[in-house]
Write a protein that binds this ligand. Structure first.
Ligand code: NAD
Ligand code: TDX
Length: 346
């Protein structure tokens, strides 16, 4: 696998994966990214230019995708609309990119016989009860809740169908919540860190009891690299680092690490349909491929992440005001829709 095409390589996880590849392989990397609001070429700053080509373009552009796939050995597909909150207010781009974009890539890899790895999420499985000892496994039935997760579920199904019907050489990974450098300030952890750095109070949805299973983004990268090289074709792997914590616990850890009072946050209206809990059982990946996470201490990982945002305001400042404006618009839209329109599962 000398030539690797990384879609969404200017986004959070894609960019971290490109950095990982330059450090752990001698692959020649092509990034295909549309540079939506979530893409930032500055996330690729410092990478050896002789090994990296960046193509600004859309994964739904079939002729462009075909041209790039024709000259690659493998595609690692990160590009997506990735934010649940946005999907609740404007689902259309999620259908275009996550469903039609994945379809466009699958047709190209099918034509050219190219290896494909599809990046997906644990959210395709829906959610778990808070006190349930169960965790998601590769055989958990799909039960997505949001427009985002339903389009990711659809994309996974397309990959499975293209494997079975057309013999496409593909693998899928469904990972839990990532944190680390280069994550957009719309997401939970960077939003709270940058609020505190700006002197604004963090925002917790509802009571903050919802649980997410956190993994450092570099552990996600190492897992994907193992699956790409040694994974069984046609198979799905769950990626997780045993990092379950409630949102309140994570926020209070951030506040403590940043020298703030543990109660210095606001609770705001809950996300409609808000998934309660995610939890990943990654036994298959660990036993079959011998993978294990390096970052096992969430507090230490949060501390490093806080330091990164503190030291790199040039990277995130430009997106902060527009992101908070978007949250204000979404809150106003939610309020004007009135009770009962939130789709709450209860
Ligand atoms: P992100 O929003 O930070 O980045 C997405 C990237 O895709 C951006 O660079 C954007 O410009 C690009 N993009 C969007 N639409 C495109 C299009 N039509 N054509 C080309 N490029 C396009 O997302 P992320 O958090 O890095 O997530 C990457 C992938 O990982 C997604 O597939 C997501 O579903 C999956 N995932 C994310 C998490 C998480 O915690 N963030 C967890 C599990 C899985
Ligand atoms: O301001 C906030 N306050 C808050 O309490 C924000 C932005 C979020 N939250 C809560 C909602 C979630 O329970 O924090 C939790 C994490 O929220 P997000 O960062 O939006 O992540 P989530 O919705 O869990 O989805 C993420 O993980 C799975 C990624 O965005 C997805 O792309 C991935 O598939």
């Amino acid at each position: 696998m000398k030539r690797i095409l990384v879609t969404g390589g200017a986004g959070f996880i894609g960019a971290n994966f490109v950095h990982y590849l330059t450090e752990h392989s001698d692959a020649e990397i092509t990034v295909l990214d549309a540079l939506t609001y979530a893409g930032n070429l500055e996330s690729l700053r410092g990478i050896d230019k002789s090994r990296l080509r960046v193509v600004i373009g859309d994964i739904t552009d079939a002729p462009l995708v075909d041209e790039l796939v024709a000259v690659t050995d493998a595609v690692v597909h990160f590009a997506a609309e990735s934010h649940n909150d946005n999907s609740l207010f404007d689902p259309r781009p999620f259908l275009d990119t996550n469903v039609v974009g994945t379809y466009t890539l699958l047709e190209a890899v099918r034509r050219h016989g190219v290896r494909f790895h599809h990046i997906s999420t644990d959210e395709v499985y829906g959610d778990l009860e808070l006190e349930d000892p169960a965790r998601f496994t590769e055989s958990t039935p799909y039960n997505p809740s949001s427009p985002y997760s339903s389009t990711k579920a659809a994309s996974d199904m397309l990959v499975r169908a293209w494997v079975r019907s057309f013999g496409v050489r593909a693998t899928i990974s469904n990972c839990s919540n990532n944190y680390g450098p280069y994550q957009h300030v719309e997401k939970f952890i960077p939003r709270q860190i940058t609020n505190i750095l700006h002197g604004a109070r963090p925002k917790l949805y509802g009571a903050g009891a919802n649980v997410r299973d956190w993994i450092h983004v570099s552990d996600h990268s190492s897992a994907v690299w193992e699956i790409l090289r040694r994974g069984t074709l046609g198979k799905t792997y769950l990626i997780g680092a045993d990092g379950e914590k409630s949102n309140r616990e994570v926020l209070q850890a951030i506040l403590g690490l940043m020298g703030q009072d543990p109660d210095a946050f606001d609770t705001v209206t809950d996300r409609p349909g808000h998934d309660l809990r995610y939890g990943i059982d990654s036994t298959v990946l660990r036993e079959e491929l011998g993978w294990s996470p390096v970052h096992r201490d969430l507090a230490a990982g949060l501390d490093q992440t806080i330091a990164w945002y503190r030291e790199n305001p040039w990277w995130w400042e430009g997106a902060k005001a527009e992101t908070e404006d978007r949250y204000l618009q979404q809150a106003a839209a939610q309020a004007s829709m009135g009770p009962g329109t939130g789709g709450d599962k209860a």
